[in-house]
Design a protein around this ligand. Structure first.
Ligand SMILES: Cc1ncc(COP(=O)(O)O)c(C=O)c1O
Length: 389
């Protein structure tokens, strides 16, 4: 039999699936995959159910239902002061995942280069490679995840078409600061490149950190598309409703990709998300505040175990330095597997977010969980750690 596609065949099953499977086998507490325990707003869930029962179940318009596109435009104006034409500058997709694929398909040709910042969400590079484009990764430097300006500048070449920016950043928990964004913007202008901004965690920022969309910086409105996800904003990750905002000239080819990939997204979910985007400011600010409490609960428990933690200003994730628990020659993947079996706890090895030569001493813990889940995870880690001394 002939083989499947060579590029995709070279990647294994994602670590998230593998670890969740292991979690089930060992009845482990799962702080691996990033899905919240919270059920999401009842009003939104009811709206989806009722809309489907009322019979709205046929293909909606290709670019998305007008009500949701208007709600996305209004959300851009309310939170970021962006004036957006809902008819030509908003596209609804089946999750941010589809939005990213549409973006790559719509903007890239084979041979184009794409600048990525590592640690990078694990779907970026495989899809870019599959399309014949070339990822060029620049590493943020732990423990502060600082942006190495010289290396970023050096990654741009005459073939650079696109930069992918994920802020707030999974898995690093970094929220890019305005001066970093300004530097990125200067490179995009200098090299006449686009940016695709994965901003699915836009409302999950903590403390004094503020999420600034790159699109709001001078000169960026015509070069940038930004992507949001109802999955993250309404704690409904299974719904897969995403939205892209961008200038019409960029959105046109991206929409061509969308029409051939999924064409549309379930109407009842679009209807319900439009309702949710209309919630008052308190809902959106409350999301970050609630998540910050969970981060603090997990961080306090880990600090009591003397586990060094990296800064986390946003997202669902905290990064731990597990150096002192690594056996000689053990890497983060082997460590995480051992932890599931011996401690009954799932964490994600950070090497999953690097293409080559990853750091081997960092793991990611997800804290968008109920207090009892976080406490259970900490108890398991504590009992296990006591036996390591
Ligand atoms: C950085 C990032 N981008 C995109 C996604 C996918 O979002 P969606 O579920 O809306 O496809 C995720 C989900 O974990 C994510 O962490």
């Amino acid at each position: 039999m002939k083989a499947g596609n060579a590029t995709l065949s070279s990647y294994g099953t994602t670590i998230f699936e593998a670890m969740s499977q292991l979690a089930r086998e060992h009845a482990a507490v799962n702080l691996g995959q990033g899905f919240p325990d919270d059920k999401g707003p009842l009003e939104v869930r009811k709206a989806a159910a009722e809309f489907a029962v009322d019979g709205h179940n046929q293909y909606p318009p290709m670019m998305g239902m007008p009500g949701l596109r208007q709600a996305v435009a209004a959300h851009n104006r309310r939170f970021y002061g962006l004036e957006v034409d809902w008819q030509t500058e908003v596209l609804i997709t089946s999750g941010a995942t589809e939005a990213l694929l549409d973006g790559y398909m719509g903007l890239l040709d084979a041979g184009d280069e794409v600048v990525l910042l590592e640690p990078a969400y694990d779907t970026y590079a495989p899809v870019i490679r599959r399309l014949g484009a070339v990822p060029r990764s620049v590493r943020l430097v732990p423990p502060s995840w600082s942006l190495p300006h010289d290396e970023l500048e050096a990654a741009f070449t005459p073939r650079t078409k696109l930069l992918v920016l994920n802020s707030p950043m999974n898995p690093a928990g970094k929220v890019f600061a305005r001066d970093e964004l300004a530097f990125i913007a200067s490179l995009l202008e200098k090299h006449d490149a686009f940016a695709m901004c994965d901003e699915v965690y836009e409302h999950l920022v903590f403390g004094d950190a503020r999420h600034v969309p790159l699109m709001t910086l001078p000169g960026m409105r015509q070069r940038v598309v930004r992507i949001g996800s109802a999955g993250k904003t309404f704690s409904l990750t299974g719904w897969k409703v995403g939205y892209i905002t961008g200038p019409a000239a960029m959105l046109r080819p991206i929409t061509k990709a969308h029409q051939f990939v999924t064409f549309t997204t379930p109407p009842n979910l679009q209807h319900a998300v439009a309702l949710g985007l209309g919630f008052d400011d308190a809902y959106f600010h409350g999301l970050g505040a609630a998540m910050a409490r969970s981060r603090d609960r997990l961080a306090a428990g880990l600090a009591a175990l003397d586990v060094p933690l990296l800064a986390c200003d946003g997202t669902y994730f905290l990064v731990l330095d597990v150096s002192r628990w690594l056996r000689p020659d053990e890497d983060d993947v082997a460590f995480c597997r051992r932890l599931v079996v011996d401690a009954g706890l799932v964490l994600i090895p950070m090497s999953a977010f690097y293409e080559t030569a990853p750091p081997r001493h960092l793991v990611r813990a997800c804290f968008c969980k109920e207090d009892a889940t976080i406490d259970g995870a900490l108890q398991r880690l504590q009992s296990w750690a006591a036996k390591q001394r």
